[in-house]
Write a protein that binds this ligand. Structure first.
Ligand code: ZN
Length: 275
């Protein structure tokens, strides 16, 4: 398997969230020859959705996703406010021409120990958001998160669970496969095959560092950790995935402190050599 060229890469803006605003990320992606970008909603709203959409169009960048919708569980009910916010996220994703809206579904409700109840809320919220996504033609991508986030970020933690939900909800919903969250799963190959081309909606790259010093903000640059990225990339590409390879590195101790152009150059170099 050959490495990734810059036009196959997308920058998830979380990777440079401490250094660049969205306008700078768009300009930087274009200047470094990246194929696309994947904004977070805070950066998108800060720039203004219409202005960002135009800037992205003007550069010709693809948009591998919008991060993120979801968070259905916090209050213990799927209320109007959370559904409205997810509808807005769908609209924003459509306006910037995103491939999909990435869903971080939410963990346990505040003060709760009832995991099955959280799963039910998630499915209810996803179903409602999917209905709207179908109306406007926006795909909904569940991102299963590593189980260490089950309590506070996402109670869908495996591809199997995500695909069980997708099976129940029908067309228009699939998965964002992030190597950081799924690399450890002995069931992964089987579940990626089960997902198939239509339900692999995004592919996110970083690496798992040993040791990991922080549960949220210590992801590694590709090649600095233990994930066999070419093997995982081979799995999704064997199913026909041909979308952008989105680089998403939360790194308070390292990459968020570096010169952003050096980070971009390092991503390109690692894309070519270790992915
Ligand atoms: Zn991700």
């Amino acid at each position: 398997m050959t490495g990734l060229e810059p036009h196959q890469l997308s920058l998830n803006t979380a990777t440079l969230r401490e250094q660049w605003d969205l306008a700078q990320c768009i300009e930087g992606c274009a200047r470094h020859g990246f194929g696309g970008i994947s904004p977070w909603r805070d950066k998108l709203q800060e720039m203004g959705v219409t202005r960002a959409a135009k800037a992205i169009r003007d550069t010709g960048l693809g948009v591998s996703g919008l991060c993120r919708g979801g968070w259905f569980t916090a209050s213990g009910a799927v209320d109007r406010a959370v559904l409205d916010d997810n509808r807005r996220a769908v609209d924003e994703a459509a306006e910037i021409g995103a491939e999909c809206l990435v869903m971080v579904v939410g963990g346990l409700s505040t003060g709760s120990r009832d995991l099955p109840a959280a799963w039910a809320l998630v499915e209810e919220g996803l179903a409602a958001t999917l209905d709207y996504g179908r109306e406007v033609g926006m795909k909904i991508a569940i991102e299963p998160l590593h189980p260490m986030y089950a309590a506070n970020r996402a109670c869908v933690n495996t591809m199997r669970h995500a695909l069980d939900i997708c099976d129940r909800l029908g067309p228009g919903i699939g998965c964002a496969v992030d190597v950081y969250h799924v690399w450890w799963d002995p069931d992964l190959a089987e579940q990626i095959t089960r997902a198939g081309r239509d339900r692999i909606m995004a592919f996110h790259l970083c690496d798992w560092l040993v040791p990991t010093r922080d549960m949220l903000t210590d992801r590694g640059m590709m090649g600095d950790g233990v994930i066999d990225i070419p093997r995982l990339r081979g799995m999704v590409e064997a199913e026909g995935f041909s979308g952008l390879n989105e680089v998403e590195i939360f790194s308070a101790l390292d990459w968020w402190r570096r010169d952003p152009d050096d980070v971009m150059r390092t991503i390109i170099q690692r894309g070519r050599n270790v992915c």
